[in-house]
Structures are given as structure tokens and as C-alpha cells.
Design a protein around this ligand. Structure first.
Ligand code: PLP
Length: 438
């Protein structure tokens, strides 16, 4: 590829309809005082500048009103969670009654599985008791699935099937999943997928997964940790049964911020779900009569357990407002352009450095990925990562040799890709010692 033209890049940034959103986030600085090129939004999104003021509203309310803050103030805490129905519904493509904010991601994963994973047989080898997930899933999801299976007295070695993704990035990551669903047939209980794979950045074709799973009578649950705010989602229209996500990656709501969950409307009236319940899931009108028996709130709100995590939710509201204003369509358009440009830069670099034995793990089809690109180097991966870091480019390192980079359309610019190209251009000079990884 041709070297990026700085003037053209400047023009792209100037014409970028989302350009002004970049100025609404705090960026970490390098030692020389210049802002970093931040490519870790897939790990922890940047802080919206409005966060401290939003937190102060709530700490002031706490200080000045104490318990009355539940009923008074700018956003009374009693119904605080309701601020999120609209923005979250738009974000994941759901009806407002299908989403709720709260808890943390792994907790929601367990809550949803407790409700929807109902193996119908105590034998490992018969009945509908298999969970299917992608191989190399995020460890928390693996531990959660293993322990869900053991919780029912079953053996994860027999009841958890992990589908390997294709090695070739030109192949469709969804194909092996569809094949495995058909093979498992009536043994399959739940397909639980990370919609966008945290390591490779592969974005599964969710509608076809849903269709295949429903055809064999199985349910589909999604972990949207790397999908929410990154790729367009239509959970309701696609017929996804349930889903959960965290808010601190592409949703920029701060470390450990409140997660979210989705339960499709078709399951709302079911009495047979093994839902685990708490007082905040009780219908709001009679919650404070403290009745002995649980009456579910309508929809996903019945899955709440506890009163709102206000101090985590205040930043969440600020961040979601930015997403809402930017809109997923504009974000996706810019994301496709940014990532394609970064991909070209990385491919060019790999071509110039065959000795590194590198390749991109992320699918080549833009429709089958979000903004993240994962670059795997057999040799000197860590050297390259350190070199980028030294040049003010913050990426993410995964052993044994993967550098994940996520140009986030909400706050990254085209100039950031230019900076990556520049830094890559100075890699390989003699200062680096040839040190194979293994
Ligand atoms: C980030 C991430 C998690 C983290 O779980 P928490 O409960 O928020 O700590 C879990 N699963 C996936 C797929 C992730 O990407």
C-alpha cells in the first residue's frame, strides 16, 4: 500500500462527522506531555469528560439529602435504573422492556444461565444438556459455563462443546458453529457465544446462529462484552433469547461499571424459567409493601436483584448519552473506514518484515469483525509492542505473541492510524536484538 498522505488524513479527520466526540474524552498523556494514541478501548474505554460532574451530582445528593435522595434530586435513586432503558434498547436493538442495567457481566451471565440452562437429564450422555461455545472464549465465560454444568451435577468435559474457529482469516468464523449446532441437534440446550470474540475480534453472523439453534430446539445467549457499542446489533429482530454485556469496554462507563442484560420478549411471560430473584425485580408498585411473595416486574426488569448501583450508573448515563448522540450507524461507518486503513498499514508492515512471521488473526471480511485487529507475530511480538508503546501507542498485549489494537470510532481519529504507520516504519533498526519468542 502507499504511505498514507498526512494531508489526506488531516482532511478525513476534518470532515469526520464524529470528530467532535473525540474532544469529549480524557486521553492519557505520554511522558512528553503529548496525548497517547489510545487503541485499548476494547479493554477499558476512555473517560467522558462529563463523568466527574455527574458523579458530583450524586455525591452532593447523598451528602445533602441522604436517604431522601431516593425520592428527590435530579435523578432520584429509586428509579435510577430506568434512565438506561431507552439508550440500551437502541444500543443493542431491543424493546425497552427487554433490557436492564445492573450487576456485572459475569454475574449476569450466571443469572441468565440459571434461568435458561435447564438440562433435562441427569446423565452426561443423553438428553438436551449440552452448552456450545466458541473455543478460546474469555476465561470468565469458560469458568462460568463449566461451573453452570457442574452445578447441575453434570460433567463439563461431556456437556460443554467448544467450537474451534478457522485458522484462515478469509474463512467465515460462523461456519464451524453452524455445523456443530446441526451435529449436536437434540442434545443441544444453549448456544452461548461471545458475539465478537475478545481475542481474534471475529463477529459471528448472529441471525444464522439463531436460526440454526432454534431449528434444533436450542436457545441462543450472547456475551456482548466486545460487541456492545462496537458493532450494530438487532437482538430483538434476530430472535436472540438472552444476552449480557459490560459497560467499561466500548461503552466507556468506567472500571467495573454496571453491566446490562437482555431477555427477549417471547420469554417474559414464562413461569418455568429458573430465574433467581431479588427485591428489585419485584413489580415496582408493590415492592415497598414488602410482600412475602415475589411478583415479577414486567420484562427484563424482573431479572434485577438489587437497588441501583448509583455511583457506577452515573458515569454510565453520561457515556450512553454520547453513544446515543453519535448513533450506531455513523459509528459503524467510521469504524469500517478506520479499521480498513489500519489493516492496510499492518499488512504493509508484515510484507516488509517477513522475518517476524506475522499475520492478522481478525477476519478479512469487514462484516465479520468490529473495530479490533489482532496481530500475531511468531517472532519479536513483545519487541514490537514495546516499540509501539515507546512511540506513544497504547495497544494490548496477549501472550504468546498477539497485539490487539482497537481504533474506536467514537474517539480515535484517522491521524491515529497515521501515527501507527509512522511508529511501525521505525521498527527493526539495530537497537532491537533478534529474540524469538519460543
Ligand atoms: C471483559 C470480559 C469479561 C469480564 O467480565 P466481568 O464480569 O466484567 O469482570 C467477561 N467476558 C468477556 C467475553 C469479556 O470480554
Amino acid at each position: 500500500m502507499h504511505i498514507l498522505d498526512p494531508q489526506q488524513i488531516a482532511q478525513l479527520d476534518l470532515n469526520d462527522p464524529l470528530g467532535r466526540f473525540g474532544r469529549e474524552f480524557a486521553k492519557p498523556n505520554r511522558e512528553n506531555g503529548e496525548p497517547c494514541v489510545y487503541l485499548c478501548g476494547n479493554s477499558l474505554g476512555l473517560m467522558p469528560l462529563g463523568v466527574p460532574a455527574a458523579l458530583k451530582v450524586e455525591t452532593d445528593s447523598w451528602a445533602q439529602r441522604a436517604v431522601e435522595g431516593h425520592f428527590e434530586g435530579v435523578h432520584p435513586w429509586m428509579d435510577y435504573h430506568q434512565r438506561f432503558s431507552g439508550p440500551l434498547a437502541r444500543l443493542v436493538g431491543a424493546e425497552e422492556c427487554e433490557v436492564v442495567a445492573g450487576n456485572t457481566l459475569t454475574v449476569n451471565l450466571h443469572l441468565l444461565m440459571a434461568g435458561f440452562y435447564q438440562p433435562d437429564n441427569r446423565s452426561n450422555d443423553h438428553g438436551r444438556n449440552i452448552i456450545l461455545m466458541e473455543a478460546g472464549a474469555f476465561p470468565s465465560d469458560q469458568y462460568a459455563m463449566d461451573s453452570q454444568i457442574r452445578h447441575h451435577g453434570l460433567d463439563p468435559k461431556r456437556c460443554l462443546v467448544e467450537v474451534a474457529l478457522p485458522d484462515d482469516r478469509d474463512e467465515d468464523p460462523t461456519a464451524p458453529v453452524l455445523k456443530q449446532i446441526a451435529l449436536l441437534g437434540e442434545r443441544l440446550s444453549v448456544v452461548m457465544l461471545g458475539a465478537v470474540h475478545y481475542y481474534t475480534g471475529s463477529f459471528f453472523d448472529i441471525p444464522s446462529v439463531v436460526e440454526a439453534a432454534h431449528r434444533v430446539g436450542a436457545l441462543v445467549g450472547l456475551d456482548l462484552a466486545h460487541a456492545a457499542g462496537n458493532v450494530p446489533l438487532e437482538l430483538h429482530a434476530w430472535g436472540v433469547d438472552f444476552a449480557c454485556w459490560c459497560s467499561y469496554k466500548y461503552l466507556n462507563s468506567g472500571p467495573g461499571g454496571p453491566a446490562g442484560l437482555f431477555v427477549h420478549r417471547k420469554h417474559h411471560a414464562r413461569q418455568d424459567l429458573g430465574r433467581l430473584e431479588g427485591w428489585w425485580g419485584h413489580e415496582a408498585a408493590t415492592r415497598f409493601e414488602m410482600p412475602r411473595d415475589f411478583v415479577p416486574a414486567s420484562g427484563a426488569q424482573a431479572w434485577q436483584l438489587s437497588n441501583a448501583q448509583v455511583m457506577g450508573m452515573a458515569p454510565h448515563a453520561v457515556a450512553l448519552e454520547l453513544h446515543d448522540r453519535a448513533g450506531m450507524e455513523a459509528l459503524r461507518n467510521k469504524s469500517l473506514a478506520l479499521t480498513e486503513m489500519l489493516e492496510a498499514v499492518l499488512l504493509d508492515f508484515l510484507e516488509k518484515h517477513p522475518e517476524l512471521k506475522g499475520r492478522i488473526l481478525t477476519p478479512s471480511n469487514p462484516r465479520r469483525r468490529g473495530c479490533q485487529l489482532s496481530l500475531f507475530l511468531e517472532h519479536r511480538g513483545r519487541d514490537l509492542f514495546d516499540h509501539l508503546h515507546h512511540h506513544g501507542i497504547l495497544a494490548d498485549w496477549r501472550n504468546p505473541g498477539t497485539i490487539r489494537m482497537a481504533p474506536v470510532p467514537l474517539y480515535n481519529q484517522f491521524a491515529d492510524v497515521l501515527a501507527v504507520q509512522k511508529a511501525l516504519g521505525s521498527f527493526g533498526s539495530k537497537e532491537h536484538i533478534e529474540a524469538p519468542l519460543h
